[in-house]
Design a binder for this molecule. Sequence first.
Ligand code: GDP
Length: 398
Amino acid sequence: MFNRFKEKLSGFKEALSSKLQEKAAQKESQAELEAQNAEAQAMPAPGEISKNQDIPDKESSSNQLTRAEVQAASNRSDASNSSSNSISSNNFAKPKPKNRFSILDKAKSLVFEQEIIIDEKDLTDPLWALEMALLESDVALPVAEQIVSSVKSELVGHRKKIGVDTGQLAEDALRSALVKMLSANRLDFDEYIKTKEKPVKILFVGVNGTGKTTSIAKVARYLMDQGYSVVLAAGDTFRAGAIEQLEVHGERLGLKVIKHKTGGDPAAVIFDSVEYARAHNKDVVLADTAGRLHTNINLMDQMRKIVRVTKPDLLIFVDEAIAGNDAVERARLFNESVPIGGSILTKTDADAKGGSAISIAYITGKPVLFLGVGQNYPDLVKFEPQWLVDRLLGEAEA
Ligand code: GDP
């Protein structure tokens, strides 16, 4: 699931990492230079050393060691690496390499602990890599732009400890941008069904072959598991096969399927189903419709008529995640023709890119309600942004 998406994102992580490494290296060499300068300033000038050494002051002259003694003591001190000896403190000859390194090491370790502040310039290349990765993963352009801008505002001004993993930083920023985007326009389907006057009329629309009929059966099973009674309406009167297919699901699930003859009026089938549900105290009517070709204006007109006559409570657009940008484009066109309330994205289990799952809610302005994750009835996941993002970023398996 979403393997290509994960692969593509590595470019963004690498670009951010190399940019910040470059910045950290600059800071490190600057700190090293500063440490060297500070050390040079702290050292006595050569003139002062010989003056102090050669002209002992009168008060201490009685305790003064001979030059040979100083040298010998100094050598001993160097050998034993002692710094507590008062004689070694008189060893002014040269700065000791050990001290010098320890100051530099300390400077470096302080830099490692230090922070760099990420600015817009650092992000130009990484964000370009991110946008490319999103577009190549079939994320629609306006959606990719929105994500990039959100990641940018998350990262600009961010203080990053030099020693802290950049990959994690990149992932956190992207995670937060994706969760924010996917959390817009939420609709709690369970709460909706619970509070809506019964029977709740739900119409499923979308092109043929995307998994519409299977999704109707999955949603029926999902509702039955919560104790609701369900009726199925064979509103796709266009194809005999579609009616039979719904009947097979009805049989398997033990549900009543209301059907008319092939070529009949879909609005009449749905109307009858609602009447049946009312008469038998059923909670929900799930109605199939023909796989309207969204480019066919006559069929779209007919869809509008069905909606006008049957007045569904909720219209669910169904498409397959693997169709990528095509699915997003179809969603946009359906949404312009009929009042979609939400979407179901099927075949997410077979989707390597993830683009449509990210884009569809943003493009339609309507929530994704469920994801299809397999061919069996329980393979329906109630849409949760966190669930999807965990899988997109590879922290959880399907
Ligand atoms: P319809 O023509 O839109 O009603 O499509 P169907 O419901 O007949 O589904 C078409 C094919 O997609 C069938 O083989 C389904 O088993 C399969 N399918 C539906 N949903 C999923 C899903 O979430 N995952 C996978 N892997 N296959 C699915």
